[in-house]
Design a protein around this ligand. Sequence first.
Ligand SMILES: [Zn+2]
Length: 423
Amino acid sequence: MQMTKAQPRITIPLDIKKIIVLDIELTADGEYIITVESKQEGTQCRVCGREITESHGRDNKWVCLRHLPLFGHPVYLRLRPKRYKCKCSHKPTTSQRLDWCEPRSPHTKPYDEHLMVQLVNSTIEDVSQKEGVKYDAVVGALGRRVQASVDWKELEELSVLGIDEVALKKGRKNYAAIISTQQADGQVKVLAVLPDRKKKTVRQFLETIPVRLHSTMETVCTDMWDGYVNAVEEFAQAHEDVSLDVVIDRFHVAKNYRDNVDKLRKKECRQLKKELSKVEYEEIKGVMWPTRKNNRNVTTEERKKLRRLFSYSPDLKLAYTFREELTAIFEMKLSREEAIERLKVWMAKVERSGLKCFDTFLVTLTNWLDKIANYFVSRLSSGFVEGLNTKIKTLMRRCYGIRRVDHIFQRLSLDILGYRRFV
Ligand SMILES: [Zn+2]
């Protein structure tokens, strides 16, 4: 190693078995090139698949594989793979396959894993820049290390399924459906990212669930979308060993009625901006967050602002109160029947009030009441679907160019598993 003599030195293991180190060079660019030779013997014939050990020299070309960095320096392992000859067919020769590197990969396996750790909650672009590897090299590592579809062998039960969606392009009605599961130990797994949310597509996916898991299926948490619900119900009817409860996730219901209040707030504020003096309007400026928060989380300062706003807009005050009341119902420990009763009372109250902002929501709530009330049976849903929904949204914002559903599946799996996968 060419270094000044004054440098203190340490010896560290390379952590790759069955190789010997022939040379180490630190280039002018600050890269370590470690020349190695494989001590592994034999390989599998690329034609007949038999183990072969008859030596046939080495490849002419050197291969240079990116390996884990050393004290901030990029590291490459350089070697000429051994070749072996087989007796089959036209006596083909095969380059040796190494345990620590996949065929045609420009990286060692540990380096691929290293890239995956960097990629958790990050972007391909960012990792590519930080590591000084090409964009496609990061994509390649992702393809080698993270599967593009579910491995059913990893699953022993499927008691809770979640179906949700993500907009593939902002502002367009172009959605991918995300199918997930929460396992008994609380772990969330993505099972599929489907190219659309049609009944047929979802049904086709459900049919790929191994029969051995059918009897473990209990609940499907989903949004109010006919495509999903009909697919699930048809699937259950088609299989005698499947009995499923559909639960409209509380999180999706809440999003629906909360949006109604938000819309009203916007409308009222626009009107007030025209009607109020500058000074008066200044007092209710920035009221968006306080109105969005659940009432119990509102600070004293925000409460003042809210009161001021409500004094100008009784409709908004009423809508806000109804919203909080409805949320409170979902917080209560009610039986399914009690919940239906409460929800019906709430609907009647809203109707009597003459308030218009919940009109479409009331129709939705009536249509889906049975399945919404299923939430009160097990109450298991909202956390996991909401959590996943947030993860998906951050992923899509972060990687705004991401369109391919298999890539979304890989990235989502990686983000969810996070660093757990690597420790
Ligand atoms: Zn052969």
